[in-house]
Design a protein around this ligand. Structure first.
Ligand SMILES: Nc1nc2c(ncn2[C@@H]2O[C@H](COP(=O)(O)OP(=O)(O)O)[C@@H](O)[C@H]2O)c(=O)[nH]1
Ligand SMILES: [Mg+2]
Length: 243
């Protein structure tokens, strides 16, 4: 099957990814020369933006949006989604810069997106595939996925995964100005909203590798955000106000 790579945009938010960014750009365009890549850069002190700009001199499919400080993953993606919708993209990917998500699997998600509006790269269907996470973290993530599935009823196993492909239709179904979450639960919020509109949400098995280089940027507060926002979103839906 020929896949529409030229209509696809990968969004990667970055904060201090100097150890990964050069290799990531080369890997993405090595695999998919026609794809577009948008980096949402939050003023990393380590010079991540300079590496991106260097590549941009010779690559017209590479783009950057620079923000003034570390404003969080959720708002980074929302900025990227708005940018994508203003342009001709039909498929919009979320992916991390730390190689936790294997760029070689972009094609698997894109293939599945030909028959669904939202595709989630799933660590938790057909077994559990996470390499190099401490047991604590795996337990937390797995319990979070059970909890969110229980509260919302969404038929998705990996509710907080961040390797995804949205079709234009899925993004247009969400009111991007009304998204309330910014941490891990941002992912569930979007899944829940797309699914609640009656659109098709599907999971594709992926392998998740813990980062080898650089450090995690996610703080502890987002666990509380996750717990309460799931209940809040369920309540919004009950009141007919989930949009
Ligand atoms: N622009 C931006 N990117 C971020 C921010 N926080 C994390 N990231 C990026 O989001 C991706 C996932 O973050 P990471 O630290 O690996 O989280 P973890 O995998 O949950 O430990 C990476 O590409 C980070 O560079 C942020 O506040 N702003
Ligand atoms: Mg990571």
């Amino acid at each position: 099957m020929t896949l529409p790579f030229n209509k696809s945009l990968i969004i990667i938010p970055t904060y201090n990814e100097i150890d990964n960014i050069d290799k990531m750009i080369k890997t993405v365009f090595g695999l998919y020369p026609q794809i577009h890549l948008l980096i949402i850069e939050d003023g990393s002190p380590d010079g991540t933006a300079e590496v991106v700009k260097k590549h941009m001199e010779t690559n017209k499919n590479l783009h950057i949006i620079e923000r003034k400080g570390k404003l969080g993953l959720g708002t980074a993606y929302l900025t990227g989604f708005k940018w994508a919708l203003e342009r001709e993209f039909d498929f919009v990917f979320e992916m991390d810069c730390d190689f936790s998500h294997d760029p070689a699997q972009v094609k698997d998600l894109l293939e599945a997106a030909q028959n669904a509006e939202l595709v989630i790269g799933s660590r938790y269907i057909d077994g559990i595939r996470i390499i190099n996470w401490p047991f604590r973290r795996l337990l937390l993530s797995y319990c979070a996925s059970i909890y969110t599935r229980f509260v919302t009823g969404i038929p998705v196993f990996d509710t907080t995964g961040g390797f995804k492909c949205f079709t234009r239709k899925a993004l247009e179904s969400i009111n991007l100005s009304n998204v309330i979450s910014n941490g891990y639960i941002f992912q569930l919020e979007l899944n829940y909203k797309v699914w609640s509109k009656g659109l098709r949400v599907t999971e594709v098995p992926i392998i998740f590798y813990e980062r080898r280089d650089g450090q995690s940027k996610m703080g502890k507060g987002i666990i509380f955000e996750a717990f309460f926002n799931v209940l809040k979103l369920r309540f919004h839906k009950m009141m007919g106000k989930l949009n």
